[in-house]
Design a binder for this molecule. Sequence first.
Ligand code: CA
Length: 513
Amino acid sequence: MKSQTRASLLRLVAFLASSLATLAANRPNIVVIFTDDHAQHAISAYGSKINRTPHIDQLAAEGLRFNQSFVGNAICGPSRATLLTGLHSHANGQTGNRSPFRDELPSFAKTLQANGYDTAMIGKWHITTKPNGFDHWAIKTGGYYNSSFRTKDGVEKSEGYVTDVITQRSLDWIKGRPSPENPFMVWISHSAVHRIWAPALRHLDRYTDVEIPEPVTLFDTYSGKAPGAATAQMTIARDLFPAYDLMLPVTGQGILDNAAQQMLNTFTPSQRQQWDAAFVPRNEAFAKMNLQGEALTRWNYQRYMKNYLRCVDGLDESVGTVRAFLKANNLDENTIVIYTSDQGFFLGEHGWYDKRWMYEESLRTPLIIHWPGVTKGESTSEALVQNIDLAPTFLEMAGVQPQGTMHGKSLVPLLRGEPTPQWRDSIYYHYQMIEPESRTSHLVARHYGVRTEHHKLIYFYDFNRWELYDLVSDPHEVLNQIDNPHYAGIIDLLKAELKRLRSQYADETGKPF
Ligand code: CA
């Protein structure tokens, strides 16, 4: 009798194991291509007026493009902490690049790993604790060229351009993972397009003969904006460091000049030769022009944008490389590919580079998802979505329940094209990184706010100053309507909504109003 019971039990266990294996086999792989500082408006699928991104466009053509995709705090480390936890910054601890991440919280990576997924993170990390929830991780420790990577086994050197190296390391991990029968999730965490905008050698000659169109607010006067906008140190006119940001000759003056020299020191002789062959003649021509004033700002803009867009070209190629690899290895039909960035970026709008502000260019982030058999090609969504939504989305894709509370909502119903009448009417934002946390904080004032489909209300609490923008009549956000009586009713509604959001997300940081 006992042995019969044992045999039945064994059969049951075998049956369950095989059912689990079948389930696992059907669970989709998840490839998160996560880039840095890549603005929506530098992607042709999002209507870019300044460049073409054929591989990202192809992903959008086969998948779903979220047109209203935003972040909750437009800065690198915090955005990664939100990606992991599905929580706004105040709740996950990493409110700034150096503030302590609450590693004890559940994350999508930990939950996927606990539910049979093989998990990996390769590239830029920027969370203030060690990676947790990843079978394999490799953190980029250097710059754009010949960076080292820190892994569980120590520091590993690499040679080549960082976007290519991160891509290759990610594909090598997929190919060599020890249990190919398990579903996998890989977070390909590119460091491009972050400063120092160093392109791949093969892209150095792109855009040399073209004039990148200027944004309408390149010479913004900041009229009507709260104090802080006019004094922020992120202008194309005055705050681009010659060697670090513009690839002009190193003079030995200042911290970022030294950083530029350090990057040049990482080149191999052959790389340095190709680099100099591109930039030395251009820099000599620039010096001869002796530009001043607006002409110099325009030149700065062209130099900045061309290097930025060359870095984007590297990312776009990476998307093509990843997708070709998946196809060649018969993984494409069961692998979800997500393209997103940690936040947007100012490409000359308001006269700026960088991010941090709640204005559209940095608040928006690209989000394109291709889920074979689920997303319909050429589809778009106008739902207000945010980076808090990604973690719950990845978990539902994998068919597992989130552990604990997440602020975000799974995007899966939107991806399936199901009706979502009660989706979301507004999104919440809070930037609160304070000086001198980073030498490149650019003196941006702390602020929180609410954005709806048509309006945006921002509170700069250190100055007790409000801004209201009508995004329909004023998409460039140059007319602060806070004192316009025509908007009084809307302002009341938005203030009530902002209070509701701060209560819903239990954000008690920053000054109340
Ligand atoms: Ca970033």
